[in-house]
Ligand binder design. Structure first.
Ligand code: NAP
Length: 306
């Protein structure tokens, strides 16, 4: 048996096209959704992510602005910036790119973002809306996981879902979305006893751990749907061999770049899963697509539409 590959890049392109059509009709009606990204300092990884977000805005017709305060910025100054953006009517989404420098109180800054403009869905008010099933803004990566399941016509209601990882950004909101879609959900973490045994109960297994290829075939029930949220760079040769021995294409990437991107799920799982998201090209592309969708949603919610 070989798993159906759930093509995240294709699903993300579909969502972006839908968002672009919606932005076009909103713009024709006089409202162009607007997103501001705040990027503090010069973190190379953050710079790459922010470039991707700004580029995506341009492609779907969302107005975007980038604010780049210096690394030395104080909490107070950043709060002033957020407050200004909260007040601006034409801005629908405010995204503060994490991590922030150590002198900045990140929690205070995230709490200051108007929940109606919180397109990352991290504000406690949006967390509460999600858990009480009220209209609000849902974190992008978990929302992307649900879109993959929905658009791939994978049944969720009544299924056993296991989420490995309990972060506020991925694990917990994914678990909440699965509960809201009537799955029976178990959330696992580093203190879970017999993790492989618990994971083997899953019809839908979501891995959001941050450990390269940790989920091996021992963790997976035959025919299960496996959603791999993990994004890990493998640079160690022995680790590479454990994951990709005999894979000529990966070998080429590894040789030329000195690293390769791998999820939390071992590639061997594709032989027993019923469906699986690849890395790269699975959950990753959905995150920016859902940010675009969230910005449009914020623009509508702020104007009293759902
Ligand atoms: P995180 O905040 O570090 O959380 C990791 C979770 O995994 C924690 O709950 C931790 O348990 C659990 N964990 C760690 N080691 C474990 C083990 N040996 N057994 C069982 N559970 C274990 O990470 P995150 O922000 O949720 O991200 C998770 C992964 O998703 C990362 O690879 C990240 O790069 C990726 N990611 C991808 C996207 C995307 O766009 N595709 C977006 C966000 C994140 P404890 O709570 O007990 O410590």
């Amino acid at each position: 048996m070989s798993a159906v590959i759930l093509d995240g890049a294709k699903i993300a392109a579909e969502i972006r096209a839908e968002v672009a059509a919606e932005v076009k009709s909103m713009t024709a009606a006089g409202v162009t959704p607007g997103l501001v990204v705040i990027l503090v300092g010069h973190n190379p990884a953050s710079e790459v992510y922010v470039r991707g977000k700004v580029k995506a805005c341009g492609e779907v017709g969302i107005y975007s602005e980038q604010h780049t305060p210096p690394d030395s910025i104080s909490t107070e100054k950043l709060l002033e910036l957020v407050t200004d953006l909260n007040r601006r009517e034409e801005i629908d989404g405010i995204l503060v790119q994490l991590p922030l420098p150590p002198q900045v109180d990140s929690k205070r800054v995230l709490l200051a973002v108007d929940p109606a403009k919180d397109v990352d869905g991290f504000h406690p008010m949006n967390v509460g809306f999600l858990s009480t099933q009220r209209p609000g803004l849902v974190p992008c990566t978990p929302a992307g996981v649900m879109e993959i399941l929905k658009r791939s016509k994978i049944a969720v209601a009544g299924q056993e879902a296991v989420v490995v990882g309990r972060s506020d950004i991925v694990g917990k909101p994914t678990a909440m979305l699965l509960i809201n879609s009537n799955a029976t959900v178990t959330v696992c973490h580093s203190k879970t006893r017999d993790l492989p045994g618990v994971c083997r109960r899953a019809d839908i297994l979501v891995a959001a751990i941050g450990r390269a290829g940790m989920i091996t075939r021992d963790y997976v029930k035959l025919g299960a749907t496996v959603i791999d949220v993990g994004m890990n760079q493998v640079t160690d040769r022995a680790e590479f061999e454990r994951l990709f021995a005999g894979n000529a294409k990966r070998e080429e990437t590894f040789r030329s770049k000195g690293s390769t991107l791998v999820g939390d799920v071992h590639p061997e799982v594709a032989a027993i899963a019923g469906a699986i998201t690849p890395v790269p090209g699975g959950v990753g592309p959905l995150t920016i697509a859902m940010l675009m969708a969230n910005t449009v949603r914020a623009a509508k919610l702020r104007r009293g539409r759902q």
